[in-house]
Every structure is written in C-alpha cells, then in structure tokens.
Design a protein around this ligand. Structure first.
Ligand SMILES: [Ca+2]
Ligand SMILES: [Ca+2]
Length: 246
C-alpha cells in the first residue's frame, strides 16, 4: 500500500515536472535574426566588403565577413604582369553570446550582439595572363571577438551600423543594409533582400555564375557559402530555400 502510494506520488511529481516543462517550452518563442551589411572601414582606413549574420537568439549564430582596403580590381584577360590582390575573411567559429538589446559591460546598449571565437584568413588571388591561383593564410584561429549592431550615432535609428572587433585586428565597421527579426528561421540567399527567396535571387546569382574575386560580376554578397567563387553550390543553397518567405 505504502509502496504504491510512493509510486503514485512519484508519478504525479514527474507529471507535474513534465507539464511545467512543456508549458515553458510552449510559451517560449524563438527569435531569429538575419542581416546584411556593407563594410566601410577597417580601422581608420576606408574598406570595401560585406558582412552577413544569421542567428537564433540565445542559441547560435553564423557570421561571415570579407573586406579589403582598396576597391576590388577587375582583371582583364590580357597578357601582362601578374595582378595580385588580397582580402581578409572572417567567420564566427563558436558563439558564446547571441543577444538582442544587449547591455555590454561598459553599459552600452546594442541592438544585436554576438560574442564568440573567430577565424580570420588572409586570402590572396594571383592572376597572370589567363591563369590564376589563390591561397589563404590563417591570421586568427579561434580568437575572441564581438559583432555589435547599433543605432545610428547621429539620428538614433536602430540597426544602422555595425562593428566587428576581433582581438589582434582593427575594428571593421559598416552600415546595415537589411535586417529582419522574426519568429521563423531566416534562410540564407535572399540577395535581392525582399524577404523572399525566389527567381529574382537565382537570376542575380546566375548572372555572376563562374565569377571569383578579381573577375567581373563577382560580389561577396552573391557568394552565398563564402568560398570565393559563385557557382553551383551557391545556386544549390538558394534553390534549397526557394519559395520561402520570412
Ligand atoms: Ca529575394
Ligand atoms: Ca560560393
């Protein structure tokens, strides 16, 4: 009798825990973020580049950025001396903090904030006549850094500017071109930035098909997987999300 009472009490207790857990799960709404930004400065010097971030607040983030300190040259196929140019590419390896409306230890409030460990590569393309090769050199491997998205310092418009600060590097700053905060996951590949993945996005990427840094039509924003070539992999990623709206 006593044994069965204990078992019954344990069952009730367990049920209460499970229902409380379920209620907490059901009440919880996930928040997703997607943003694209144009890099304008690397430390004090003008820079040219692109940053994109996707995140589930409090859980994960994917951030990629690439920048160079001079406009990307367009290499013609004509013979001549080699054309060499390089850029930096940063990506978030591991996020430790993914927050909206975050107050940092210096009491500054950020619209969006990601802290974690980053990798930075120095990527160099060398073109000579009709051939080319490229190499990448690791500059930072799992170095601490943060991405902060802030209001415009002049007019206060939220989600206007961003800073990517990775230890050992000058801060990379730029302007937010597009951002969304949603309760559904935001797919990558909305290059036309109209909150849907459709034929327009595929068409823009297809137009740059086969391009790479230094070639006409290459644009970091069209290189969905950030592997320095616009090709079938990028089209496939967009095709996977084709038809989705957010
Ligand atoms: Ca689109
Ligand atoms: Ca690519």
């Amino acid at each position: 009798m006593r044994k069965s009472f204990v078992a019954f009490a344990a069952l009730v207790f367990a049920f209460t825990l499970v229902s409380a857990g379920m209620a907490a799960t059901m009440a919880e709404t996930a928040t997703f973020v997607g943003m694209f930004g144009k890099i304008g400065h690397y430390g004090p010097v003008p820079a040219f580049g692109f940053l994109k971030a996707f995140a589930k607040v409090d859980e994960w983030a994917r951030v990629n950025a690439a920048w160079m300190t001079a406009p990307m040259p367009i290499v013609k196929g004509s013979p001549g001396s080699p054309v060499i140019f390089s850029f930096f590419a940063a990506h978030l390896i591991n996020a430790s903090l993914v927050k909206l409306d975050y107050t940092d230890p210096l009491n500054r409030i950020h619209d969006f904030f990601v802290a974690g460990l980053w990798g930075v590569l120095n990527v160099t393309f060398v073109f000579q006549d009709s051939t080319f090769f490229w190499m990448s050199r690791p500059m930072v491997d799992r170095g601490p850094g943060v991405l902060a998205v802030d209001a415009d310092p002049v007019n206060g418009t939220p989600w206007s500017v961003f800073t990517l600060a990775i230890d050992g590097f000058l801060p990379v700053r730029g302007r937010v071109m597009f951002h969304r905060v949603k309760t559904v996951e935001i797919p990558d590949g909305d290059v036309v930035m109209d909150s849907k993945i459709d034929i327009k996005d595929l068409a823009v990427i297809a137009k740059s098909y086969g391009s790479m840094p230094g070639r006409a039509n290459y644009d970091f924003s069209l290189d969905i997987n950030f592997d320095w070539r616009v090709d079938i992999r990028d089209l496939a990623m967009v095709a996977k999300a084709f038809g989705s709206k957010y």
